[in-house]
Structure formats: C-alpha cells, structure tokens
Design a protein around this ligand. Structure first.
Ligand SMILES: [Zn+2]
Ligand SMILES: [Zn+2]
Length: 279
C-alpha cells in the first residue's frame, strides 16, 4: 500500500500538521514550511523541529513532503527575482533539513518569453547553486510536472530530464507526478492501455527510479488543455479508475501519494478513506 495522504495547511503551526494528518487518515502529508505567498521565510526553531519530529512519529506519519513557495521562479530572467528565488529556495532546503523532510516538491519555473531551453539551463544552474550552498542538507528536490500554463516549463518528460541532465547533482533530483498536471499537459491515463503507454514513456525518458512522489488530483479540464484546475477524485476527466489503478500499481507501492483536491479537510478524509478501502 502506498503512503496515501493530503496537503495539510497549518498557519504558522508546523508541529500541528502530523496530528491533523492522522485525523484525516494520512500515512503521508505535504506541508508548506513557511507562508507560501511571502518571500520571507523564517528558519525553523530547534524546539519546533524537535516537536515536529516527535509528533510525526507519534501520529505514525511515514513520510512528510515539503512544497516550495509559489513565488519562486528558478528560471527568472530578472536578476533581482532570480536572486530572491534562489535565496528562498535555499531557505526551504534548510527548513526541510531541520524538519528531516526527505523530499521538497517544486514547480520547475517559467521562462517569461526567454524560451524553454534558456529556462531549463537556468533552473539546473539555480538547483546546483542551492545544493552547493547547503552542503549539510540532503533532501531530494522533486521537479513537479506542470500543466504547461503560460510560460511554465516542465510539462514534458523530455524537459524534466533535460533539467536533471544539465545539473551537476542529478542524484539529488527526482520527479513528482501530478496526475492533473500530466493529463492537462497531454499525458493520457484514462484507459489501461494509455496508462501503460504513459508510464512506459516516463520510464524510457526519465526512468521510473526517479519518480518519488505522486500528487493525486482529478482534472476539471480535458486532456491536453494546459490548464491547471484540480477536481475531486472521480469527478473530473480522469475518473476514479485511474486513482485506483495508481494506488494499486506495485511499482508505486512505496511512494507517497498526496491529494491537493478542493473541498477542505472533510473532503480529504472522505477521499483518503475511499482510496484506501477500494479494491
Ligand atoms: Zn501538485
Ligand atoms: Zn496544480
């Protein structure tokens, strides 16, 4: 059974997240380690970090994922924005280290009309810089597949692997597969045949060993729309069967699977229960 869970929002009270996760039935949780809409993120106080780890063990949360701030653009062509993004990303790595979080999920970046290739190289440079500035940290950095809205890069497997290959630290990088984003980007998962095709392609291009996390979200928009709108599981264009298939796929049995669906905590509890008990 994979580690099924959801994103937990706890304003400024990190140490409360594991207990909330347990209440909702989570075996894994995803959190923002600071306010995701602000540039300034404070370091995690040692007492908070200690409390968080105790709470994680007590509430039997097998795995915690950090999601990076939405403000960060590691591909930004503007020097000031790029510097802010890199600084915020480094602070994210440091907070995650303090909390002993093994994976940080982030959106690769936006090229802002500078072109995809420019962005892929810039992101790899930013990642290398951040990794080299944090020699005592070891969280893996997971590139999240995007829907390809606007000038976002990372909506094709080929782009994700190019970032990894441009980096001097490919062993520190992995991928988070968001089902809604992938579908909006044009990767079909609906029939068994298309599902197999998509993961065979993933394996050929990126390698399934680099897949470290799922975001389980249904999609409000049709295949290839390039629009990122999450739907509740079974209520979008993907459909319930897809989530059953992923949760029951032996290749993914050890992975965290995080929902970021609409409807708040009550809904998360219902969806987690449904996915855990489904055959
Ligand atoms: Zn996601
Ligand atoms: Zn999304």
């Amino acid at each position: 059974m994979p580690h099924i869970g959801c994103h937990i929002s706890i304003e400024n009270r990190l140490e409360k997240a594991p207990a909330r996760g347990r209440e909702l039935g989570c075996a894994a949780i995803q959190i923002f380690t600071s306010n995701q809409m602000q540039w300034r993120g404070n370091p995690v106080a040692p007492e908070t970090a200690e409390k968080f780890r105790v709470e994680q063990a007590k509430n039997k949360i097998a795995m915690v994922i950090a999601h990076d701030s939405y403000l960060v653009n590691l591909a930004s062509p503007e020097p000031v924005k790029l510097a802010l993004s890199r600084k915020a990303f480094i602070e994210e790595i440091q907070r995650s280290q303090a909390l002993q979080i093994p994976y940080i999920v982030f959106h690769p970046g936006s090229h802002m009309e500078k072109g995809v290739e420019y962005a892929l190289k810039k992101i790899a440079e930013s990642l290398d810089y951040a990794i080299e500035q944090t020699p005592d940290c070891n969280s893996m950095l997971l590139l999240e597949i995007t829907a390809g809205q606007g000038t976002n890069v990372g909506n094709a497997f080929e782009e994700l692997i190019r970032i990894i290959e441009h980096s001097a630290h490919p062993d520190r990088l992995g991928v988070c597969f968001d089902t809604c984003h992938a579908f909006a980007a044009g990767y079909d998962l609906v029939s068994q045949e298309k599902y197999d095709e998509t993961f065979t392609r993933f394996d050929d291009i990126i390698g399934l060993h680099r897949l470290k996390c799922f975001h389980l979200n249904d999609c409000k928009k049709p295949l290839g729309s390039r629009v990122d709108r999450h739907a509740n599981l079974g209520e979008g264009f993907l459909g319930w069967e897809v989530f059953k298939r992923i949760a029951g796929d032996d290749r993914f049995a050890e992975l965290p699977m995080i929902m970021e669906t609409p409807g708040g905590d009550e809904n998360y509890a219902r969806e987690i229960r449904a996915l855990k008990t489904t055959k």
